[in-house]
Design a protein around this ligand. Structure first.
Ligand code: AFP
Length: 381
């Protein structure tokens, strides 16, 4: 009976018209509940009809629905975040499209613009992704400053689009992998309170109001936190919507995978070499034998670590005294996601989110992942 009530009169009328044959016999259960043969046929037909377009497609929660629901109630920060994420979604859709078509549209390879402020050569897609991300964030109307991996200095947003927020981002992290069609991603952190700042305000990661990444891989996934857990949304290419596919992500307390550039091991401190020797033999604290997975694209390596657990690290070594990864637009956003999913992120000496940044492109060593794995590794850092 409940199902009968749920089906609208209009739908039933449509289904009932069309020369359906009455069934030979009314099932016993329906007769006992007083249902007629015609009702039975209509219900069955409606059920078949509803299966054609699956419930998942009709009633899925999109990122826009998710944020709208949180904004109901009037929290002004949530209303701003809705606008900011609308820009981020739009930028990520465009970047996913460009990444997918890179080979066809001659967008692979170097841009020929020389090295950026990090001393790294820019790829064509670095420049294009940066342009898209800047444009969409600016048009959110919420931004006061944008700090990008691809820009030497932070950009001040004034005029009609000027707002109170700071976005720091790496528009296409792991772009050295692009030409081989390996996973890459966009990483971002969002801060508040910059409206009247004369200079780019450098804030600790713990002050982020939101953070996330978008991974461009076998599918496009946007993982976000607004400070109440981590949720993941997969781009449905037919509707263009990011659909909630990974609600309330919880990282396992311990994993059995480690992820690092093992080519750097000769330059690592001896204590860290000892740690890896132990976990590879199953002689670490968990007595589990660990395996190595390394993409060389932080978003891909962190996505796996968030879902499966384990440890991702880029420690300081003899060559990279401060590690390689950038505090503001790589380490801090990932640290917020890790902590919000129940994991940890440390430099080996202190919590990543507690570091007072000194400059936009500052580098920092990082140990990030399952809480127990990070704790154990930091004893050897
Ligand atoms: P690219 O953007 O130059 O490919 O660098 C990627 C990255 O910043 C980060 O995503 C990786 O985890 C890390 O560098 C890989 O560094 P190695 O190539 O030294 O392993």
């Amino acid at each position: 009976m409940i199902r009968v009530v749920l089906i609208s009169t209009m739908m039933l009328a449509v289904l009932a018209s069309g020369g359906m044959q009455a069934p030979a016999a009314v099932p016993q259960a329906l007769r006992l509940r007083g249902g007629s043969a015609a009702t039975h046929v209509r219900v069955k037909k409606a059920e078949e009809f509803l299966k054609v377009y699956s419930k998942k497609d009709r009633l899925s929660t999109t990122l826009s629905d998710f944020l709208r629901e949180k904004a109901i109630g009037g929290d002004p920060t949530m209303r701003d975040l809705e606008a900011i994420f609308s820009g981020i979604q739009s930028a990520c859709r465009s970047i996913a499209d460009m990444v997918g078509k890179a080979g066809i549209q001659d967008m692979t390879g170097m841009a020929g613009t020389g090295e950026n402020v990090q001393g790294e050569e820019q790829k064509k897609l670095d420049i294009l992704s940066n342009d898209v991300f800047k444009d969409k964030l600016t048009k959110s109307g919420c931004m006061a400053y944008l700090g990008s991996e691809e820009e030497d200095e932070a950009i001040r947003i004034t005029g009609k689009f000027g707002g109170d927020y700071i976005a720091v981002f790496d528009p296409l992290d792991g772009s050295s992998n692009i030409d081989a069609a390996i996973s890459v991603g966009t990483i971002f952190g969002i801060y508040k309170g910059a409206k009247n700042a004369e200079e780019f305000p450098l804030k600790k990661g713990s002050e982020q109001v939101a953070a996330g990444y978008c991974m461009y891989s076998t599918c496009t996934i946007l993982m976000i936190t607004i400070g109440d857990g981590v949720n993941g949304f997969t781009l449905d290419s037919s509707s263009g919507e990011f659909v909630l596919t990974h609600p309330n992500v919880a990282m396992p307390k311990r994993g059995k995978i480690y992820s690092c550039n093992q080519g750097n091991i000769p330059a690592w401190p001896e204590s860290l070499k000892t740690y890896f020797d132990k976990i590879c033999r199953g002689e670490g604290e968990s007595k589990t034998k660990y395996g190595l997975r390394y993409i060389g694209s932080m978003v891909g390596d962190m996505h796996r670590t968030l879902l499966y657990g384990g440890l991702f690290l880029y420690p300081a070594d003899a060559k990279n005294k401060n590690g390689k990864l950038r505090l503001l637009y790589e380490a801090s956003p990932m640290a917020m996601l890790a902590e919000q999913a129940g994991g940890k992120a440390s430099t080996g000496k202190e919590r990543v989110l507690d570091i007072e940044p000194q400059e936009l492109h500052q580098r920092v060593p990082i140990f990030i992942g399952s809480a127990d794995d990070v704790d154990e590794a930091c004893k050897y850092a």
